[in-house]
Design a protein. Structure first.
Ligand SMILES: *Cc1c(COP(=O)(O)O)cnc(C)c1O
Length: 383
């Protein structure tokens, strides 16, 4: 049985076109682009093409793109670069709902003497813009705010935030891992200084990412070593991964329309049918400013893990908002930041779709889930 995969915010399948593009770079064109011979020499133009593909997708210039190993590395590089180039400033502003690639990093920086402001969100997951603005000080080295949230899909007004930062001379970075391929991104038309993307959230393989650094932004490398990436990121290039990311970006640009029409319609139907057929549900996150592929729904009085296990019996792969797997039964930091009531926060399920999902798959989830919830509620000590 082919699984029904609706966990695309965790990772995505590699697109056939992407796999075909990267495949020759393992056993045939395996050269090191730094080598002085023909095997290595053929790689350089391919890397240039990939860099142009990523740049075009983001509305950037090729020399503003630095290839990295993942979204986490891009985020870490951006944060460290902003701090290293603003050595007298000791304050960082972020949101309460960042991915751990930013959240855990920034928390750890308090041990290095940085002061961190985590801007709260409201019950719909929307950022408190007044708090954000009032938290900016002359001591602020960096503002880092995600473009779209991985758990809820809620979109933050990062272009507006970037302008406020620019006006105060503060570096602004955004984690756009969940925005890329779902929202149009045009860095030539905004004031964002640095932006992170990750290959495996975008139908490229795991182990490749990119960091955009606007021309003129002060930068300091995170990985020190060879002269790769113009000295901005040392380490022999992940050639197949970079070629895959270039191809994936080009493909994502072409599929953006489908993502915002067909995929959005599938998501909307899944959400409206589940909330219609099942009593005591709550959609977590505003339904206005949201990525087209994500819905996060709470089912009162039951555990998300139980729902996931039962969905898995039918080959349906989704994700839950609570972090039971990490040994605690705490709801996720995102659900807590939104103040989702205890009885709701534990039963939250994230469905994240992609262009590979079909109408039939969505029908199957709509058919399978209501009896699962009914059964679990009969067993629940809370009901
Ligand atoms: C997945 C994800 C990351 C981390 O990307 P990796 O490539 O897995 O390191 C960072 N931010 C967000 C919002 C993500 O969803």
């Amino acid at each position: 049985m082919k699984p029904i995969y609706v966990d695309n915010n965790a990772t995505t399948r590699v697109a056939d076109e992407v796999f075909a593009a990267m495949r020759p770079y393992f056993c045939e064109e395996y050269g090191n682009p730094s080598s002085m011979h023909s095997v290595g020499g053929r790689i350089g133009p391919k890397l240039r093409e990939a860099r142009r593909q990523v740049a075009d997708f983001l509305g950037a210039r090729p020399d503003e793109i630095i290839f990295t190993s993942c979204g986490t590395e891009s985020d870490n590089t951006a944060v460290r670069a902003a701090l290293a180039t603003n050595p007298d400033k000791r304050h960082i502003v972020t949101s309460r709902v960042e991915h751990p690639a930013i959240g855990s990093l920034v928390s750890s920086l308090t041990r290095e003497g940085y002061r961190v402001t985590e801007v709260p969100v409201d019950s719909n997951g929307c950022l408190d813009m007044i708090k954000l603005e009032s938290s900016l000080t002359p001591d602020t080295a960096l503002v880092t705010i995600m473009w779209a949230n991985n758990e809820t899909g809620v979109i933050f007004p990062v272009e507006k935030i970037a302008e406020k930062c620019r006006a105060r001379g503060i570096t602004f970075h955004t984690d756009a891992v969940q925005a890329a391929g779902k929202l149009p991104i045009d860095l030539s038309g905004n004031r964002i200084d640095m932006l992170s993307i990750s290959g495996h959230k975008l139908h490229a393989p795991k182990g490749v990412g990119a960091l955009y650094v606007r021309k003129g932004t002060k930068f300091s490398p995170f990985m020190i070593g060879g002269h790769q990436e113009k000295g901005r990121r040392a380490g022999t290039e992940n050639v197949p991964g970079i070629i895959a990311l270039g191809q994936a970006c080009e493909l994502a640009g072409r599929r953006l329309e489908e993502e915002n029409t067909r995929v959005r319609a599938l998501r909307d139907r899944l959400e409206s049918e589940l909330t219609r057929l099942i009593p005591d549900t709550r959609v977590n996150g505003t339904t206005k400013e949201r990525t087209p592929n994500t819905t996060n729904i709470s089912f009162a009085n039951i555990e998300g893990e139980s729902i996931l296990l039962m969905l898995n019996e039918f080959g349906i792969c989704a994700s839950s908002g609570s972090a039971c797997t990490s040994g605690s039964l705490e709801p996720s930091h995102v659900m807590r930041a939104m103040g989702v009531p205890f009885t709701m926060a534990h039963g939250s399920i994230r469905f994240s779709l992609s262009v590979y999902n079909t109408e039939e798959e969505i029908d199957e989830i709509i058919r399978r889930l209501p009896p699962i919830i009914e059964r679990l509620r009969q067993l629940s000590p809370f009901c």
